[in-house]
Design a protein around this ligand. Structure first.
Ligand SMILES: Nc1nc2c(c(=O)[nH]1)N[C@H]1C(S)=C(S)[C@@H](COP(=O)(O)O)O[C@H]1N2
Ligand SMILES: [Mo]
Length: 395
């Protein structure tokens, strides 16, 4: 497995030209799906609208690192502007040595890159919201050494990440009483998760300072977890001995799912965290018909929480599942991988094309009809298979 967080300084220090070049090549944003033949043309999806600006366009997807103009943004409590000069990050709560850092102080700490695909847990909940995902190189300083430096007290249960953005929330406060209060956006992680070496306090994306809507000047990066865990405009890190119950931890981004226990269906509520195994057919192409049959290829992407992926299979209509080729490179544990498959010659009529991913533990990406999706009552974690409809008949 490739090391996913390589220090740029290590590479510079190593003095190895080859290592440096390999690194640059690996990050070449022009890396694309396999070159298309000159006569290969895009087949539009009948059941999927073309993407709108500001969100990933699957059908033109051709770079492993997502270009800026296709990076989505989700902000629940507004989009605060935080001046880099005035920025401070506080680490407080159940720590031996509380600390405050300016942006320059954070930038002076060891700098590492972390490649990561960020997907909103709401991505895929409707045909119009399918592109809330992007792959980036995030640059910042690892969180774990900072927490260690502050010294977590023994009672520490959770690490809470607080943003600068705030909003009013309302909760039941008594039998017939509600209370309204202004709160900052927050999310928590168990101490164990917070200490994972991959977590970054990031100030750059693809070599540029973060954009305001993506959390400038500093955000948390939690590889393997849905977008919601990646707190933007990070202002404070609080170590606590109780579970944090902020809206986006405990009352929203909550998955409610029915589980069959014998004849009974029991509903279970869980907070959204780790990314699910998911694949998608991004693009279908055709070539000129041969003897009335149309040569078709499909291209797509597959991702999850970092569990190694065994294979991706593609199926046309009710046919056999056929194994696609997953690109060996670029590879990074917490990033999507691209796949492609030659589907041979199909009849000149309407078809459906769908993909499913299978990981090394034998987990299979479910269909919309499988219990784990069909019995899901909230729309978060939309990782079901998504059949694409195409029409190969000559216009
Ligand atoms: N402070 C703060 N962080 C936040 C959010 C937010 O509303 N406030 N939204 C979360 C959600 S739901 C997602 S999907 C990602 C989106 O990151 P992006 O806007 O940089 O694409 O940020 C997460 N971090
Ligand atoms: Mo999200």
């Amino acid at each position: 497995m490739t090391d996913t967080s390589i220090s740029r300084r290590d590479i510079l220090k190593s003095g190895s030209v080859a290592a440096g070049l390999a690194w640059l090549g690996f990050l070449d944003p022009s890396f694309a799906f396999p070159a298309q033949a000159a006569d290969e043309e895009l087949v539009p999806f009948l059941n999927m609208p073309r993407s709108r600006p500001g969100i990933l366009d699957w059908e033109t997807l051709d770079s492993w690192l997502t270009p800026d103009d296709q990076v989505f943004s989700v902000s629940h409590y507004g989009n605060p502007k935080v001046e880099p000069d005035e920025y401070q990050l506080e680490i407080t709560g159940l720590v031996e040595r509380p600390k405050t850092f300016t942006l320059d102080e954070l930038k002076a700490l060891p700098q590492v890159d972390q490649l990561m695909t960020l997907e909103c847990a709401g991505n895929g909940v409707s045909k119009g919201f399918m592109g809330a995902i992007y792959n980036s190189r995030w640059t910042g300083t690892p969180l774990a050494p900072l927490l260690e430096e502050c010294g977590l007290k023994e009672e520490a249960l959770e690490v809470v990440f607080i943003g600068t953005d705030r909003k009013e929330e309302t909760l039941r406060a008594g039998t017939k009483r509600e209370t309204t209060f202004e709160v900052p956006f927050g999310r928590s992680l168990s101490v164990e998760d917070a200490m994972r070496p991959e977590l970054l306090l990031a100030y750059e994306r693809n070599g540029e300072p973060l954009r305001q809507e993506n959390g400038a000047p500093l955000r948390l990066i939690v590889p393997g977890c849905y977008g919601i865990a990646n707190v933007k405009w990070l202002k404070r890190i609080e170590v606590r001995d109780r579970r944090y119950m902020g809206r986006y931890m405990a009352r929203d981004y909550v998955t409610v799912r029915g589980e069959k226990r014998g004849d009974e269906v029991v509903f279970v509520e869980t907070s959204v965290l780790g990314m699910n195994l998911k694949s998608i057919v991004a693009r279908v192409t055709r070539q000129p018909a041969v003897d009335g049959m149309v040569p078709v290829k499909a291209y797509g992407a597959v991702w999850n929480d970092g569990t190694p992926i065994d294979r991706v299979e593609v199926r046309v209509d009710d046919g056999e599942w056929q194994q696609a080729t997953i690109d060996a490179e670029p590879y990074s544990k917490y990033c999507w991988r691209f796949f492609s498959i030659d589907l041979g010659r199909l009849s000149p009529e309407k078809h459906t094309v769908v993909s499913r991913a299978i990981d090394i533990n034998g987990r299979v990406q479910p269909t919309a009809e499988d219990d784990e999706i069909a019995l899901k009552r909230t729309y978060w974690e939309a990782y079901e298979q998504w059949p694409r409809e195409i029409d190969l008949s000559e216009a």
